[in-house]
Design a protein around this ligand. Structure first.
Ligand code: SAM
Length: 443
């Protein structure tokens, strides 16, 4: 059978390999030189002696589809030529695969424990990302072959040009996605975003009932209306579930609600340091025992370990797949330690990927390794300069060399690394062990 690249597959060179991105499913795959060669010979119809599961994987993830290869062989050939000449900073991709963009610091509601926003009323003096800054960032993203952006904030739908931003991102070959509280996501907005090419709207919902959601978020009815609006216009959507002590017991119900309504995914987030309410993080964070119980719940919900996502990323799934996928944010990688390290390694699990696979640009142009720290030594939205020159990024990339305590003795250290933002908040020391790891004391 002849195969070609899916029209939705983007391929870019990485040092001695390549990165694949399926724009429809948001699935990525990192190929080494051998994998890249295998893809090349598969398209040429000359693949010999490669494990059958490799081809099956490429097909299942729709990186390749049956059909005459046409120009695809030349595309892959060019990437093969470029791969040996491609460089990347240590332990990182050649460029981010995803950029998190904070379009504004303003928000129209106050959620308990929010890690970013100003409070309601802040929209009056909204600090918005300038159009010119966005244009610069997205042009550079297109040139660097960044695959996708996650627009957030603050409330991104408060930005008057958010639809234009989605459209411009598409024009540069970058898939735009959005994380929203849903207050302004009515049918008209959902239709406009869909028409502009939005990949997915991620709607934040911290409970399946107004009561439980209301413990952290004040807008259950509006979030449900936003979900309905997406369903009505056929815009792909998912749920962001910030898992806390207040709502952990309702995870299964939220997943069931997502499944019932056709969510592309439910993404589980770990609490990070908030901008307000000093003891919120301590009150709401699960400890090691809590996360061990969560591992059991996830086993019951049948979450495959391959479904690992980083915070605020769109999920790896697609409309036509009936299944709602469950994803966890990278700071929850320790939940996967019930599987052998070699398995996680094979599945491409990276753990903390700040400054390695993604980074953040905030509305004033500062470039951050991740949305949960405010350290920056590069501004102007110049994320590629930060990628190569930032000392802050270098520090994140070297974290496994300095992490001490039980994490240092853990077989999963390089696959996980814990969460530096949480570690800093609890221990005041960048190099400390993650205080909530379910494996703590079991190394
Ligand atoms: C900060 S909000 C911004 C986007 C939008 N205003 C919204 O409410 O979804 C982005 C995501 O971060 C989550 N979030 C808020 N505070 C958090 C915290 N302290 N730690 C981790 N995630 C948090 C929210 O639940 C939401 O899904």
């Amino acid at each position: 059978m002849a195969f070609t690249l899916s029209p939705h597959t983007i391929i870019r060179p990485e040092p001695n390999g390549a990165m694949l991105f399926q724009q429809e499913t948001a699935e990525t795959a990192l190929l080494d030189q051998e994998g890249l060669d295998a893809l090349y010979f598969l398209l040429k119809g000359e693949l010999r002696d490669y494990p059958i599961f490799f081809v099956k994987y490429l097909r299942d993830q729709r990186f390749v589809v049956p059909g005459p290869p046409d120009g695809a062989i030349e595309v892959v050939e060019r990437v093969r030529d470029e791969a040996p000449l491609t460089t990347a900073p240590p332990r990182s991709l050649a460029a981010p695969e995803t950029l998190h963009l904070s379009l504004t610091g303003a928000c129209d509601q106050a959620c308990h424990g929010c890690f970013y926003s100003a409070r309601p009323g802040s929209e009056v003096t909204a600090d918005l990302m300038d159009w010119s800054l966005f244009e610069r960032v997205i042009t550079a993203a297109g040139e660097a072959r960044v695959f996708q952006i996650a627009m957030g904030g603050g409330e991104p739908l408060l930005h008057p040009r958010v639809v234009d931003m989605a459209r411009l991102a598409r024009r540069h070959g970058v898939v735009p996605n959005l994380t929203t509280n849903g207050n302004r996501l009515d049918v008209e907005m959902a239709a406009a975003l869909k028409e502009a090419g939005l990949g997915q709207a991620q709607i934040s919902l911290n409970g399946a009932t107004p009561e439980v959601n209301g413990r952290t978020r004040p807008n259950f009815a509006a979030a449900m209306r936003a979900i309905e609006a997406c369903r009505q216009v056929g815009l792909r959507w998912g749920i962001n579930f910030l898992l806390t002590r207040s709502n952990a017991h309702e995870l299964a119900e939220v997943v069931a609600l997502g499944r019932r309504l056709g969510a592309a995914s439910v993404n589980i987030l770990r609490p990070k340091p908030p901008t307000t309410e000093d003891d919120w993080l301590e009150r709401e964070s699960l400890d090691g025992e809590g996360y061990r119980a969560l591992q059991d719940s996830l086993r019951k919900l049948k979450v495959p370990s391959a479904q690992l996502q980083v915070t605020n990323l769109p999920p790896a799934t697609h409309n036509s797949q009936p299944e709602t996928k469950l994803t966890i944010d990278a700071s929850l990688t320790f939940l996967l330690t019930d599987r052998p390290p070699a398995q996680l390694y094979r599945q491409g699990v990276w753990g903390c990927s700040a400054a390695r696979r993604f980074c953040t640009v905030i509305q004033d142009g500062r470039v951050l390794p991740c949305s949960h720290v405010r350290w920056s030594d590069v501004g102007g939205g110049d994320f590629m300069r930060a990628w190569w020159e930032s000392q802050v990024f270098a520090r994140f990339r070297a974290q496994e060399e300095i992490i001490g305590g039980w994490c240092a003795r853990c077989a999963y250290l390089e696959l996980c690394k814990g969460c530096r933002a949480v570690v800093m908040a609890f221990e005041g020391d960048f190099a400390a062990s993650d205080p909530h790891c379910p494996r703590r004391g079991r190394q």
